[in-house]
Ligand binder design. Structure first.
Ligand SMILES: *Cc1c(COP(=O)(O)O)cnc(C)c1O
Length: 370
């Protein structure tokens, strides 16, 4: 089973183009008379022998098109996975048995659950940290093999000092991964801060329409990055955590509008954060000052938070985030959520609707409990 991948078949993208332009232009087929402007959705399990690919668990041209686009936005080389969790799992597999992993206490609960399971099986040691407390994280890095940053964290919205943490981890020989799902490459490019591996739940903003699950891992385009990428590719191939070609196509279509979606949703979030601050039913607003995710703590605890979540007509009461439509959810309804997340916390994923409609719907739900 050859591990090589196909030669790029894409129309070239000028690296001097702005990110907005590259998001639109990347992963398009080579241009010739009558050629399609979009990549084909390649439904095949195998390829005619002696080409660059011999079996479709190793590679697929539709994945490659999406990977070129995501890699270009993060400033590295991307590999796509069947879900964000498959991408997290591939990154955790980079460290040997018995390794010590320092990770955000309030990372996405799938990530903390995965680490907890590996720790319970005796495969890893996990040191949970408050990722916004640089001193605490640095103190936990001694003899660590891997630091997993998530910033902002899901759902506490803590922000890490990525360059400082990365430098401290590298001084101690630890690998640094950063889950960039919340910020997206529009607002934050961790590889430029020295991070070794970027993780995405492409399911969220990159695909952006709540219609696919996909993940990605992005490594730097240097020698060290290429070695990591080769290991991650081997993991994907042998564990089989591959995306479907249709999902890859849909995610690439969604990615075309990433910048306009993030800009509009972020503007909506900034406006709502200010208004929520003044609402009598809201005890605390967690808004990092950028991006389209925020969290509120409502007065009246879990019951009030559940009531608010159930009462909106426009905002959907649903898990997940990063779609064009606004979503909200009380996170402690899940047993797996960290017990340090307040019972009354509602995570808000702000979409691209008109901000006045979002506000009146949310304000009415909040009014009902105040
Ligand atoms: C959703 C999410 C994941 C997991 O991604 P899936 O695509 O649901 O598997 C990982 N990290 C963060 C920050 C997420 O929000």
């Amino acid at each position: 089973m050859a591990m090589s991948e196909p030669e790029p078949q894409s129309h070239p993208v000028d690296p001097r183009w702005h990110a907005q332009t590259r998001a639109v232009a990347a992963g398009r087929p080579t241009r010739h008379t009558g050629a399609a402007v979009n990549p084909a959705v390649t439904f095949t399990s195998t390829y005619i022998a002696d080409g660059p690919l011999n079996y479709a668990r190793v590679g697929n041209p539709t994945w490659t098109a999406l990977e070129e686009a995501i890699g270009g936005l993060e400033g590295g080389d991307a590999l796509t996975f069947g879900s964000g969790m498959a991408a997290v799992s591939a990154v955790v597999s980079l460290v040997p048995l018995g390794a010590t992993v320092v990770a955000a206490r309030h990372a996405y609960n799938g990530t903390t659950t995965l680490l907890g399971e590996r720790a319970a099986a005796g495969a890893l040691q996990v040191r949970p940290v408050d990722i916004d407390d640089t001193e605490q994280v640095v103190a936990a890095l001694d003899e660590a093999d891997l630091l997993i940053i998530e910033s902002p964290t899901n759902p506490m919205m803590e922000v890490a000092d990525i360059p400082a943490l990365t430098a401290a981890a590298h001084e101690r020989g630890a690998l640094v991964a950063c889950d960039n799902t919340f910020a997206t490459p529009v607002l934050q490019q961790p590889l430029r801060d020295g991070v070794d591996v970027v993780i995405h739940s492409v399911t969220k903003y990159l695909a952006g329409h709540s219609d696919v699950l996909l993940g990605a891992v992005v490594t730097p385009a240097d020698e060290r990055g290429r070695v990591l990428r080769e290991r991650i590719l081997t993991h994907r191939t042998t564990h089989g955590a591959i995306p479907g070609p249709m999902e890859a196509f849909l995610a690439l279509r969604g990615l075309r509008t990433l910048h306009v979606r993030v800009e509009r949703a972020s503007a909506n979030a900034a406006e709502l954060a200010g208004r929520l601050q003044g609402h009598p039913a809201v005890e605390r607003v967690r808004y990092p000052g950028f991006g389209a995710m925020l969290a509120i703590e409502v007065r009246g605890g879990a019951d009030a938070a559940e009531q608010v979540s159930a009462a909106t007509r426009l905002w959907t009461h649903s898990t997940s985030l990063g779609g064009v439509e606004s979503q909200l959810e009380r996170r402690r309804r899940y047993d797996l959520e960290a017990k340090t997340v307040p019972e009354s916390l509602i995570r808000l994923s702000v979409g691209i609707e008109h901000v006045e409609d979002l506000w009146s719907d949310l304000a009415a739900a909040l009014d009902a409990v105040s």
